[in-house]
Ligand binder design. Structure first.
Ligand SMILES: NC(=O)c1ccc[n+]([C@@H]2O[C@H](COP(=O)([O-])OP(=O)(O)OC[C@H]3O[C@@H](n4cnc5c(N)ncnc54)[C@H](O)[C@@H]3O)[C@@H](O)[C@H]2O)c1
Length: 280
């Protein structure tokens, strides 16, 4: 298949890696050719490390990189089978991209978004590809994480869902299918749990270390909820809680006041070296 990926940040380049490793031809584009090239260079560095560790041969690395081509957004897209965007999480930005490609792609091209939280239906609204439009939600880092949430919007055809679920399996991933709802499956379950850990801490029911130890040892979670919130980014956790709360109006999704305060203080977790834990 010929795949075009728009956005070569952490997710876009990781997804390009997954498709290339499975033998697909991948074109990648970003705001500029230089940004897309920088993304491919970051991937090359990661692959070099795998070669050093003996997990990949030099030939496999070259073959994989040979499957990925940097293109500009103006380059011909008439043969593309799957257009997947992984640009920044803004509805207007993502819609502008799909609108620009809608008339340029062939009728049976599938449009997919890697959004974590936005409405699939809203992103697809008005496009001639709306029936062949869906969420293909990879997890970070894409080459390692097995799951892909395959999310249908209001107009998505059942055929498109089956085609993409089969493709995920061919990529070595496990697809789960769901209909559009705020947070889809994973974030709807996971983020409120992390939010509740913040409430426990704020109410002084237990301290940080006891909350994290409780879930590691009592629920067999590999990380405690507060350490995991730091890893995901407290701003991202808050953003998802706000979406869940706003979209459903259900008080069970009220964002924790402590979580809000941490974000306002610029304590976003690992990426700012300060969150529930210190990483300096
Ligand atoms: N990071 C995660 O853990 C994660 C996990 C799952 C899904 N997602 C989703 O994946 C998407 C991308 O996230 P990310 O973490 O890779 O972001 P990122 O900030 O690392 O990368 C975004 C890329 O998009 C590019 N971009 C922005 N506007 C563009 C445009 N108009 N045309 C082309 N390229 C453009 C940027 O230059 C950048 O390279 C978001 O929708 C996010 O919600 C992220």
């Amino acid at each position: 298949m010929l795949i075009r990926i728009i956005g070569t940040g952490a997710m876009g380049i990781g997804i390009a890696h997954v498709f290339a490793a499975a033998g697909h031809s991948v074109e990648v584009a970003d705001l500029t050719v230089e940004t897309a090239e920088a993304g491919v260079n970051r991937l090359a560095v990661q692959l070099d490390r795998q070669v050093e560790k003996g997990r990949l041969t030099e030939a496999e690395k070259s073959r994989l990189l040979g499957q990925i081509r940097v293109v500009s957004e103006d380059d011909d897209v008439s043969e593309t089978d799957l257009l997947l965007e992984a640009v920044s999480e803004t509805t207007a930005l993502k819609r502008a991209i799909f609108e620009a490609y809608d008339t340029r792609c062939k009728g049976d091209c599938i449009f997919a978004t890697n959004t974590s939280s936005l409405s699939i239906t809203e992103l697809a609204a008005g496009l001639s590809h709306a029936g062949r439009f869906l969420g293909m939600h990879f997890f970070n880092p894409p080459p390692v994480m097995k799951l892909v949430e395959v999310i249908s919007g209001e107009e998505t055809s059942a055929e498109t869902v089956s085609e993409i679920a089969a493709l995920c399996e061919q990529l070595g991933k496990t697809p789960v299918t769901c209909r559009e709802a705020p947070g889809f499956i994973v974030n709807r379950l996971l983020i409120p749990m992390l939010n509740e850990a913040c409430n426990l801490l704020e109410e002084q029911v237990a301290g940080r270390d006891d909350i994290d130890a409780a879930m590691k040892l009592g629920a067999n979670h590999p990380m405690g909820p507060l350490a995991l919130a730091d890893l995901i980014g407290l701003d991202i956790c808050l953003n998802i809680m706000e979406t869940l709360f706003l979209e459903t109006g259900d008080p069970k999704f009220r964002p924790s006041v402590l979580l809000r305060k941490m974000v306002r203080a610029g304590k976003l977790g690992r990426k700012t070296k300060r969150g529930f834990y210190d990483y300096g």
